[in-house]
Design a protein. Structure first.
Length: 569
């Protein structure tokens, strides 16, 4: 995941607006276990036109594979195996679920490969939804990404961080086999403390970014490698008790498999993120499909091997009832020291994932505020005059993630995160099908085309994944999904009064001292012969005035985006 590079700001005078231009030229957007989309507006030039960023292609096959693998592998593999096993009831069934999740992710990624090679603008889902359905749904995705996907992802990762921290704190060496009972309030407080530590870190400690992020990434890879090695050792010692009758005790409730798939798919999120920087890939027609194939099957293999290691080392009941399964593996295989070691590795990994998620989300908030201001006031698009960091945006991200920490644990949050993410994956790939037949898009060049029945099959499976957890949750648990739907749909009336009918917005909220019209231009959707739209006279004059009064410190943005790392929540 992209991480800001330490550097000194050259400006010490006034706050400046955070512009998207250099940002989008230099980085691929991520999802930390969530994948924020770029802003609705493209880079605007001084004459009021919308200019598409022109990054230089520099990523070959190896770099693309490295980015995808780094963005997918994250905290989920250290927390999801337990809830998945608890739902399906058997080790063999759990391994099948993890394999199916990998295949589904691969299928979705190949659909995105068609979209990415057809619509080569950076922006991911925003661009695809805008093209297939119109600006309303594209902006609704951006809104949902800000308030739901990224925030819930950050909250869920910080919860994993808190679980491992408290496991170390409550661990009793005299009774190492006992799983400590941790107060729920303590879990939430530690998770919230993690978020605000990261927010403060990003506000004040720009110089530590590079080497700290490298440590976090190394911790994740070291922990996974050791888990797999330990698994092979225990298999060699005869640790096959959970695999001999691997499917015995499997759940007979079909809805359990939808929920377990959700929990496994949480760990695969990130497969779509290369599309956010498609313009930086050399020869994407050939590189993108191959990179996706290699990366998805590599990650699936790693995840299946890690789960086999858990089942070879631990009793089935221990795996099923633990959300800190890596620590339990360390305890059984290496004693108390092993438990602390793996807990520390996961803590470092999850802290790094929260750090990357907060960093990316704050840049999305700042860019949306500065460039289109449909949902976020322009104030949040300003950089601190001395440090060059988007402090207001960081605080907003921290507040939203904190709110999501309050109601639930990891399983609760992972379900909500996957629900929101896969809802938009399905809508986006349904848009691919729509564009195959839509008059304005059916003749667009498609350097890579997925077999259409596979895209339709993905949409059907996605519908099951969205509906099954709603039914499985029952009346007591369905409210968490309803909250996601309501929050996401709120973006539509906001779009209507801010973009479609701005006079209504002025009439309702014009009395507020900070209320301003949205800056976003009336985008002309991409077509086979599309040209960049031009602003209206008033929009052009408004932009010129803003551009002249709030020049972006080029040095800050250069330093802020030169460093790129692959990290996921």
């Amino acid at each position: 995941m992209d991480q800001e590079k330490p550097g000194e700001t050259a400006s010490n005078t006034t706050s400046v607006n955070y512009a998207a231009g250099k940002d989008m030229r230099r980085r691929s957007m991520t999802s930390i276990e969530s994948a924020p989309s770029p802003t609705a507006a493209s880079l605007r030039s001084a004459n009021g036109t919308v200019a598409e960023p022109l990054p230089e292609p520099h990523m070959g096959l190896l770099s693309s594979c490295n980015m995808i693998v780094g963005l997918i592998i994250g905290s989920g593999i250290f927390a999801s195996p337990g809830p998945v096993t608890l739902k399906v009831g058997a080790a063999g069934t759990s391994l099948v679920i993890w394999s199916i999740a990998g295949v589904l992710s691969y299928l979705g990624a190949m659909c995105y490969a068609e979209l990415g090679t057809m619509i080569t603008k950076s922006g991911g889902e925003y661009q695809y939804l805008n093209q297939a359905y119109g600006l309303c749904l594209g902006l609704t995705f951006t809104w949902s990404n800000l308030l739901l996907t990224n925030a819930i992802g950050t909250a869920s990762i910080s919860t994993v961080f808190a679980q491992y921290i408290l496991q170390m704190a409550y661990f009793d060496p005299e009774h190492p086999d006992a799983i400590p009972e941790m107060p729920d309030y303590a879990l939430k407080l530690v998770a919230i403390a993690c978020i605000w530590t990261v927010v403060a870190f990003n506000c004040f400690a720009r110089k530590a970014g590079t080497w700290v992020q490298n440590i976090f990434t190394a911790a994740k890879l070291i922990a996974l490698a050791m888990i797999i090695i330990i698994g092979f050792i225990w298999l060699g010692k005869g640790g096959v008790h959970n695999l001999e009758n691997a499917f015995e005790g499997s759940s007979t409730n079909g809805l359990d498999y939808g929920t377990s798939l959700y929990l496994a798919l949480f760990s695969y999120n990130g497969w779509n993120n290369l599309n956010y920087g498609i313009a930086e890939v050399k020869n994407p027609k050939k590189v993108l499909p191959v990179a996706i194939t290699i990366s998805c099957f590599l990650v699936t293999g790693i995840y299946v091997l890690a789960n086999i290691a858990y089942f070879a080392t631990l009793p089935l009941a221990t795996v099923a009832n633990s959300e800190t399964v890596a620590m339990q593996l360390g305890l059984v295989s290496m004693g108390n020291a092993g438990a602390y070691f793996f807990a520390l590795m996961v803590v470092l990994s999850t802290f790094g994932a929260v750090n990357g998620n907060v960093w990316a989300a704050s840049r999305l908030v700042a860019t949306c505020a500065a460039e289109d201001s449909v949902f976020i006031p322009p104030y949040f698009g300003k950089l601190h005059s001395g440090r060059g960091t988007p402090v207001a945006a960081l605080i907003m991200v921290g507040i939203i993630a904190t709110i999501w920490c309050i109601p639930g644990n990891f399983t609760y949050l992972a379900k909500m995160y996957s629900f929101t993410g896969w809802l938009f994956y399905g809508i986006t790939i349904a848009g691919l099908v729509v564009m195959r037949f839509k008059k304005s898009t059916k003749d667009m060049e498609r350097p890579f085309k997925i077999w259409l029945p596979l895209a339709v099959f993905f949409v059907i499976i996605d519908c099951y994944l969205v509906v099954a957890p709603l039914v499985d949750a029952g009346s007591a648990g369905v409210y968490q999904y309803i909250i996601c739907i309501i929050v996401g749909l709120l973006g539509i009336p906001l779009w209507y009064i801010r973009v479609k009918k701005p006079e209504i917005g002025r009439r309702l909220f014009g009395w507020l001292p900070f209320y301003e019209d949205a800056k976003i231009l009336r985008h002309k959707r991409i077509g086979t012969t599309a040209t960049p739209p031009t602003a209206t006279e008033n929009e052009s004059d408004s932009f010129k005035e803003t551009n002249s009064n709030n020049m972006v410190d080029e040095k800050v943005l250069d330093e802020d985006h030169q460093h790129s790392t692959s990290n996921k929540n």
